[in-house]
Design a protein around this ligand. Structure first.
Ligand code: PLP
Length: 376
């Protein structure tokens, strides 16, 4: 079985498992406890905070550990709901993950404005530059890279514009981290990430927020994370996340992701040639090296997914949150795809362990399944 659904969850790597085991066996105190066991746990947590801050380029106290990206994203939007002037709007891109989109709608209602995207799936910079010159939102949120299409968003440009107008900028870096270098992310005021997308364990993520801003906690309870996130920190999985990130950053420093982009590009060329009528979403734009989103020529997406599964390939229909249902993707709808097209999309997302031969096998598998779906 070949796994092409890394954007949903990637397998935990050896280094992350070992780091978890080591921290579990050696550090059993609670970081908030006043004795030596507590101090040792607190010291280990501070060290992990420093390691993440080093990669992002921020102050260690800017890091708040969370249970994952959904919590971190909700926490960020909740914080603005608690602190913004009641007339201020919040602008988010139309292709944000549901945990950003739905929480913004929940807290801000009509004051939530969607930044449109082009047909290729990138934030419409002309719209953004014109609008922000006229009106100042209380917050702008644009993700680093889209989870469904892999299209890289111009987060650095949006950040620079927000800095000019002194508008806080928040980026969901969940699909970026561990696939692209983290460097520079620390300049964004608010950043979120999750370990299970890059070889770390599930159940751990973070919100990077300026330490002077004092984020309003979503949870009531203890005063952990300087009163910003109640609940005992899960030290072993924090260490495990950092071990995985370190491996990924090292692989990127060696340029290993660039070779992998070539394998995917070759796959796309063959797909377009061999499966007549297929199209690659966002084909004209820079995309993550691991992600291909393609509209298949016929047969609903679930039929494709099921047949590919039987043929030995795990692929998805789009975001993990909509898996199991053939429902329109809000991302493709925002890109202007028609109702009939948005249920034709398949997402293939590779990982660091995926080989050139795996991509070739997938291409052959698609040709075979196309024959079946087509009734040959
Ligand atoms: N943001 C993006 C871009 C994602 O792709 C995901 C998960 O797919 C999330 C947020 C939510 O992450 P989690 O389900 O790990 O909380």
């Amino acid at each position: 079985m070949l796994y092409f659904d890394h954007n949903a969850t990637a397998p935990v790597i050896r280094e992350a498992r070992e780091a978890w085991l080591e921290a579990t066996e050696k550090i059993h105190g609670n970081p908030s406890s006043p004795h030596q066991f507590g101090h040792a746990a607190n010291k280990a947590m501070t060290e992990a905070r420093e390691r993440l801050a080093h990669y992002l380029g921020c102050h260690p106290s800017d890091i708040i550990w969370t249970s994952g990206a959904t919590e971190a994203n909700n926490m960020c939007i909740h914080h603005f709901a608690e602190t913004l002037d009641e007339k201020a709007d919040v602008w988010i891109s139309a292709i944000e993950h549901p945990c950003v989109h739905d929480s913004t709608k929940h807290y801000f209602g009509k004051r939530a404005r969607l930044i449109p995207v082009t047909h290729d799936g990138v934030v419409d910079m002309e719209w953004f530059t014109n609008e922000i010159a006229d009106t100042r939102p209380g917050l702008v949120a644009v993700m680093c890279a889209n989870n469904e299409t892999g299209v890289i968003q111009p987060w650095r440009e949006v950040l620079a514009i927000c800095q000019t107008y002194e508008v806080p900028f928040f980026t969901d870096a969940v699909q970026w981290l561990g696939k692209m270098p983290a460097e520079g992310l620390g300049e964004c005021e608010f950043v979120t990430g999750a370990a299970h997308k890059f070889g770390g364990p599930r159940g751990i993520g973070f919100l990077k927020a300026p330490h002077k801003s004092r984020v309003h906690s979503l949870l009531y309870g203890g005063k952990q994370e300087r009163g910003q996130r109640a609940g005992t920190e899960n030290l072993p999985i924090i260490h495990s996340m950092l071990a995985a990130l370190e491996v990924r950053e090292r692989q990127m420093a060696e340029g290993n992701h660039e070779t992998r982009a070539e394998w995917k590009e070759k796959f796309e060329r063959l797909l377009l040639r061999q499966v007549h009528g297929s199209t690659v979403v966002g084909a004209n734009l820079p995309r993550l090296w691991n992600t291909t989103s393609a509209l298949m020529p016929e047969g609903g997406q679930l039929r494709w997914v099921t047949r590919l599964d039987k043929a030995g390939f795990a692929v998805s229909t789009g975001s993990a949150c909509t898996t199991g249902k053939e429902e329109p993707s809000h991302v493709l709808s925002a890109m202007g795809y028609k109702a009939g097209q948005v249920t034709q999309v398949l997402r293939f997302s590779s990982g660091w362990e995926t080989t050139a031969a795996d991509w070739e096998a997938l291409e052959k598998g698609l040709v075979k399944v196309h024959g079946e779906v087509h009734g040959k």
